[in-house]
Design a protein around this ligand. Structure first.
Ligand SMILES: CC(C)(COP(=O)(O)OP(=O)(O)OC[C@H]1O[C@@H](n2cnc3c(N)ncnc32)[C@H](O)[C@@H]1OP(=O)(O)O)[C@@H](O)C(=O)NCCC(=O)NCCS
Length: 176
């Protein structure tokens, strides 16, 4: 891998960001089922300065997407999505992306920044802790399968912002 550049996200990065997200997020794990063009666009529209990408001469290495606000809290930043291509991991690139995003959110007036990490995602938890995030409330998603449909249909992205807000309220880890 050649030298990585960390640059503000542009519209021209959109397709590669979307594709990388589809590649790395496990859509069978509940918290990631909402990955879609609209979830990227929501952050990019609201707070483009909190959306960054890492690139090298072969293309996109990773991205971070954040924005103000979180649920009813206008003054909370939400770092919702961060991901790296496998070839870019373990080099501090995620931490550099996260730092750009957090700086932008604090500059925009965030009093704290929220992010949520699935319990089994140890790489992400470790990266958050290394970068000053401390654990807040832990929520477990209990599920009950419909006995008539033991194999759930393929997940579809949710485009209703009100319902998306409800769901994301159930996924909280925050900084003091
Ligand atoms: C979560 C994720 C982004 C973390 O990436 P990462 O590369 O592990 O994170 P970091 O940038 O913090 O790098 C961590 C490692 O690089 C090392 N590192 C940090 N700065 C460095 C530097 N300047 N030079 C070299 N190495 C460095 C760290 O010591 C650390 O190594 P360690 O794990 O052996 O302690 C990545 O695992 C990923 O894309 N996962 C899939 C998507 C996902 O789950 N996203 C989160 C939910 S939205």
């Amino acid at each position: 891998m050649s030298q990585a550049d960390i640059v503000p996200m542009q519209l021209s990065h959109l397709e590669a960001v979307l594709n990388l997200g589809h590649h790395v997020y496990d859509v069978n794990a509940m918290p990631y089922t909402s990955w879609s063009l609209s979830s990227v666009a929501a952050h990019f529209d609201a707070q483009p300065e909190a959306c960054w990408v890492a690139t090298d001469d072969q293309g996109l290495l990773g991205f971070v997407l954040g924005s103000l606000s979180y649920d009813e809290r206008e003054d909370w930043g939400y770092l919702e999505w961060i991901a790296l291509d496998e070839r870019a991991r373990g080099k501090g690139i995620a931490s550099a992306l996260l730092e750009r995003c957090c700086t932008a959110l604090f500059t925009a007036g965030a009093s704290r920044i929220i992010t949520d990490v699935e319990t089994s995602n140890q790489a992400s938890s470790a990266m958050m802790r290394r970068n000053g995030f401390t654990e807040g409330v832990t929520v477990t998603l209990f599920t009950r399968t419909n006995p008539d449909h033991p194999t759930p249909p393929a997940s579809r992205p949710l485009h209703d912002p009100a319902r998306a807000r409800l769901r994301r309220a159930a996924r909280t880890t925050n900084t003091p």
